[in-house]
Design a protein around this ligand. Sequence first.
Ligand code: PNW
Length: 445
Amino acid sequence: VPDPEHRLGLRFPDGFGWGAATSAYQIEGAAKDDGRGESVWDTFSHTPGRTRGGDTGDVAADHYHRYEADLDLMRELGLRTYRFSISWSRIQADGTGAPNQRGLDFYRRLVDGLLARDIAPMATLFHWDLPQSLQDGGGWESRDVAYRFADYADHVFRALGENVPVWLTINEPKTVVQNGYLHGHHAPGHRDPGAAYLVAHHLQLAHGLAVAALRATGNSSRIGPALNLHPCYPAVEGAEAAAATRLYDGYENRLYLDSIFKGSYPTDVLDDLGPQSRMVRAIHDGDLKIISAPVDLLAVQYYTPIYVTPGGGTEHKWPTSEANWQQIYPDGMYDILTRVHREYGDLPLTITENGLPTPDTLNGDTVDDPGRIAFLRDHMAAAHRAIRDGVPLESYHVWSLMDNFEWAEGYDQRWGLIYVDYPTQRRVLKRSAHWYRRVIADNGV
Ligand code: PNW
């Protein structure tokens, strides 16, 4: 096994944004503090059998109370940018109406703390924690929720203003569609293909309405979508696998990219869904115009490739991580970055998530995670190659800053650069964190 800390001698462009990412429900805890309302993830995680070991985000990494110390750790790492998400139900407990000042104040303190440490805040408006009251009214199956989202976004834009230079609208709409409504592994836990693509349309609509809401405030911050993209490859040679791969790519990537960047849904996907599908019937005149409102950047989250069989199934070709859906394939990062640059226009790109779960254990004061170091190094090298080939990649965020509530997997999967000892809430920088600090200081791997 080659030395994971081996340096490759690759320098990144000056000012490259080295960062790390988290999301609200996964780290904050404080589920009942300061007037926070319940979200679909409170409901889901408290439903027996939904998460591993019945884990919930009630306490998580207790970041809501420990954010000052966490900011100091970010500073210690030398982060240039930090991506976090805002909990909608802290701002509007039931998803509508006047904003909750105490909720806004938490994010204002967090943003101020980042700026004081010279770390650029990047805020995601929605990372899956829909207020439960809105779910009770139909959730993302209801068109009205897209308008409620824009209203929530407007409150947040006005409160945090230009102190947040980059806004991301919706984290991984595809994961809500697939995990929330197709397989049901995530909240709200439905298995209903008809609903799933209706939800996709309303998530896209919500994205576009939020972009318009930002522009309407006159705020000069930048905004864009955060899409998890999967490069799709045929598992075998031949026309059948190629055709199946093309359609698979439509559902994984083009459904979201084309609607935002081309103002149209891919016709192969629409044909496959059929004119009588709930989604196709829900597309109003003018919706694609809203969805394709110009954005300032595209945030890409890359974890794994997909290999498609002639019958439209999938198979694995590369070693799998502790997450059974993840194959380790750094070249996929290069492929997806160069592809979106080639096909969707010359706009700035950022990697907002890339990472690996490893079986980390605390050994005194150290956590040895060579697998994470090798993974990050190889993916950074792929990103470097994309930059060299002309891709305007401006930043890269490791998922995740710290161990956290990994949704249905609970606390079992550790994705952090920083180890969290949950019983004591002690934080320990893993070896990968020390390694990353050097990457940042050297501006390269
Ligand atoms: C992302 N896939 O989800 C989420 O944005 C994070 O909240 C999450 O903790 C992280 O990845 C790790 O899972 C994904 O099937 C869910 O390829 C599924 C996939 C990728 C990312």
